[in-house]
Design a protein around this ligand. Structure first.
Ligand code: FAD
Ligand code: NAI
Length: 507
């Protein structure tokens, strides 16, 4: 009984400590320390984008060393791993957004932020053309920003491979507004299918949710969608229960190519149980407002064309290079051979360019376009720039000491020793190792409270799938959320959806 009492006390105290920590964190968030203005003598470091790469850089960068300017059409950071959960209302979109001004307000020296899209990088003049593409515009909505150093972290856009009808008829899943559009469209399809006297064939079409692309985005979305239907929609609208259908179309022979064979098989069998149809070796060639046309490769290698009617079409076939990056690549002869983005060296310097670095999905450094890679690259650049600033300060010190030595030859030994120490320090700082990516593993949610994980463990790999992995998935993503505020909001959303169900009202 005494042990039990102590256990209660310990639980109570740790809960109290957790609540205290959350409140204290909130207080710090709302009462940041006084910032000082950046020194105009320092170099201007311009950062494009507020995604994984750029924000990881900003988080670790000592902003006192540069005049830092951030430019992005999005004034927030988006925690993309939980974006598929926003499409069904399992998580509310604001829970995975962190205002960039909140992040920047906590830096030592003030940072300028412009909500704008960079439309051109002029490497010859070292300026960036920016455009305010928001709904509200002032008299000036286009201007130029000069840079001494530039970090490009603009990510990528959705790949459509020029397939006719994709842009006009599909929903994508990259940004918050995409998730909101999907959420609205799911409920629109459902309510239209439940419309009085709706024809049966039309009900079937409207309730057919087609996902193109069997990468992690497509798989996670299909799983979330099936959960939404099974746990909420069909309870509220039972008449349409048996007509709801999810189909995942993939051009390759299997889904989730980056996972181990065992987890691919596990995902495919779980989808079978969840009644999600997977059509592999099926390449979409054309999209109309109500149908998808695809070429299927049969077991004998013969090709045939099928037409699939749909109500909602979500297009998740990976990344394409943004126009800004294509334009920059065209200006640099060394980028001629690069196809998937800006080729960078092992220090993430854009090859063939001066004073330009690139991180994340817009850079080609030999790694997959993931948040993990982008954030490690951003953190690497922060270390590099902090070191570069220290190096410059130390070099200046050496110069000053040498000059004073020449002026006042009296205390030579002492000054020479100081120069030697500073030079030693300088060598240590200058010896920055190239960027090295450390893969922590891959995780994906596959529906029915199951997830798959390929996790790096003791120089090897552990593959697991199921409900326990789902708990691991949840705790891993909760801990990776940007701020305590995000963590609290996401956890509350999960509890809310479990207790009250997802909100099916159409916005
Ligand atoms: P982004 O995070 O895309 O940020 C790009 C930034 O640049 C944005 O702020 C954008 O507004 C801005 N921008 C765009 N154009 C311009 C311009 N012209 N001028 C200035 N700024 C511009 N990866 C994982 O490792 N694990 C996951 O679980 C995972 N889940 C994902 C789920 C989904 C639904 C998606 C879509 C992706 C997921 N990813 C995941 C991949 C991951 O999100 C990307 O690899 C990552 O976002 C890349 O970071 P980035 O900084 O290069 O670009
Ligand atoms: P992806 O590039 O990983 O997968 C796209 C899939 O679409 C490919 O398998 C491709 O064969 C298929 N495809 C292309 N054209 C097609 C067509 N016409 N018809 C049918 N299928 C077609 O793209 P995704 O899933 O958007 O991921 C992008 C990046 O983000 C990847 O690097 C991924 O690892 C990362 N990511 C990671 C997640 C995680 O770790 N949980 C979640 C989501 C994304």
């Amino acid at each position: 009984r005494t042990t039990l009492r102590w256990m209660w006390r310990a639980t109570y105290l740790s809960l109290l400590a957790a609540v205290g920590a959350v409140i204290y964190d909130g207080y710090l968030d709302r009462h940041p320390e006084e910032q000082f203005a950046p020194d105009p003598e320092k170099k201007t470091l311009v950062v494009l984008g507020t995604g994984w790469g750029s924000v990881a850089l900003l988080k670790k960068l000592d902003t006192a060393n540069y005049n830092v300017v951030v430019i992005s059409p999005r004034n927030y950071f988006l925690f993309t791993p939980l974006l598929p959960s926003c499409t069904t209302g399992n998580i509310e979109h604001r829970s995975i957004m962190e205002p960039v001004r909140q992040i920047l307000r906590h830096k030592k020296a003030a940072v300028k932020f412009y909500e704008a899209e960079a439309t051109k990088i002029d490497t010859a003049r070292k300026v960036i053309k920016i455009h305010d593409n928001s709904d509200v515009k002032g008299n000036i909505n286009e201007t130029e920003v000069p840079y001494d150093m530039l970090v490009i972290g603009v990510g990528a856009e959705n790949a459509t491979f020029g397939i006719p009808g994709v842009r006009e008829n599909s929903c994508f899943l990259k940004e918050i507004r995409d998730a909101q559009a999907i959420r609205t469209k799911i409920m629109d399809c459902v309510e239209t299918a439940a419309f009085k006297d709706q024809e049966q064939s039309e009900v079937d079409r409207l309730l057919h949710m087609v996902v193109v692309g069997g990468g992690p985005t497509g798989v996670e979305f299909a799983g979330e969608l099936r959960d939404f239907f099974d746990e909420d929609i069909q309870k509220l609208i039972p008449d349409i229960a048996h007509r709801f259908k999810v189909t995942l179309i993939e051009a390759l022979p299997n889904v989730l190519p980056m996972f181990s064979k065992q987890l691919i098989d596990y995902t495919e069998s779980t989808f079978k149980e969840e009644h999600i149809e997977i059509k592999t070796k099926t390449m979409v060639k054309k999209v109309t407002d109500k149908t998808v046309e695809a070429e299927v490769t049969g077991p004998d290698g013969k090709k045939s064309t099928i037409t699939i009617p749909y109500g909602l079409l979500v297009w998740a076939t990976g990344n394409a290079v943004r126009p800004l990056i294509k334009d920059l690549m065209a200006q640099i002869p060394a980028q001629k051979e690069s196809r998937r983005g800006l080729a960078v060296n092992e220090y993430l310097v854009v090859q063939g360019a001066k004073d330009i670095w690139a991180v994340g999905d817009c850079a080609v450094a030999g790694y997959a376009p993931t948040a993990q890679v982008a954030s490690q690259e951003g953190a690497f650049l922060a270390r590099l720039f902090n070191n570069m600033a220290k190096t410059e300060a130390l070099e200046e010190k050496v110069r000053d000491l040498s000059a004073s030595l020449n002026l006042k030859p009296g205390n030579t030994a002492e000054a020479a020793k100081e120069i030697e120490d500073t030079e030693k320090q300088l060598r240590r700082i200058k010896d920055i190792k190239p960027f090295h990516y450390s893969h922590q593993g891959s995780l994906a949610y596959i529906g029915s409270e199951k997830a798959v994980a390929d996790v790096a463990w003791l120089n090897g790999n552990v593959a697991s799938g199921g409900k326990l992995t789902y708990l691991f998935w949840r705790s891993a993503y909760l801990s990776m959320c940007f701020s305590t505020r995000n963590r609290v909001l996401v956890a509350l959303d999960w509890v809310k959806a479990k207790v009250y169900g997802r909100d099916v009202s159409r916005e």
